[in-house]
Design a protein around this ligand. Structure first.
Ligand code: PRP
Length: 209
């Protein structure tokens, strides 16, 4: 069995639990402290694996720079940032979608309506395709606040259960893209450690079905 040492970038937060469950399901022996430790680097010596815990938006950065060989990243991040990484497998976890939302019953202005988003590139290419000139306002979170307080007329954001929109009295105007987590690889790592990475892809693909 090919057992070259591998570093995997994992997303901290919401996606982490599902990602860890998937890895365990595929037979990886992850230590129990994995779930509630504040450590950012966790070695699993018997598997010859090192896990690094990064912000979901940053996973592809670690992988692109080659300090992680592979990683688990959301399709939303891949759409937002064209990174030089290989997308190897749709892990089919953390399913959600990118959508345009706003206050109900409102039309957007004819001239440069403001659109708030954590995904400025996704938002600007969506509105460009619609033939609408917009002004994008980049926010880092709590995007739903923007139309409520008059910062923007629309938002482009992730919808998962729809609860955040509902509780803030917002409605969806358009769906932009489905999002799930993907297994991504650094192109050089993939070439040098192809057998090991392929074995991991196969193990995961088998349980995803
Ligand atoms: C995400 C997203 C929405 C919310 C959607 O935010 O940006 O705000 O989850 O989930 P829902 O449809 O199940 O309500 P997150 O909680 O990750 O935090 P953020 O606002 O800081 O981005």
């Amino acid at each position: 069995m090919n057992n070259s040492f591998l570093t995997i970038a994992m997303p901290k937060g919401r996606i982490f639990e599902e990602a860890a469950e998937l890895l365990r399901g595929a037979g990886f022996r992850l230590p129990p402290e994995f779930d509630d430790s504040r450590k950012l680097i966790l070695d699993v010596e018997e598997e010859n694996l090192r896990f690094i815990l990064a912000k979901p938006m940053d996973v592809v950065t670690y992988v692109e720079h080659g300090v992680a060989d592979i990683g688990i990243a959301g399709k939303d991040v891949m759409l937002e940032e064209e990174r030089d990484v290989y997308e190897l497998l749709d892990l089919k976890i953390s399913a959600c979608y990118l959508a345009v939302a706003g206050l109900p019953g409102t039309k957007i202005s004819d001239i440069a309506p403001k659109i708030a988003s954590k995904y400025p590139n996704v938002a600007s290419s969506y509105f460009r395709e619609q033939g609408e000139q917009v002004e994008i306002i980049k926010l880092n979170g709590s995007i739903e606040l923007a139309p409520l307080i008059g910062l923007a007329e629309r938002i482009v954001d992730i919808v998962s259960t729809g609860q955040t929109l509902k509780e803030n009295g917002l409605v969806e105007y358009a769906k932009i893209a489905d999002v799930t987590s993907r297994l991504v690889a650094n192109p050089v790592s993939y070439r040098l450690k192809e057998a090991r990475i392929t074995e991991i892809v196969d193990r995961l693909a088998e349980i995803i079905g």
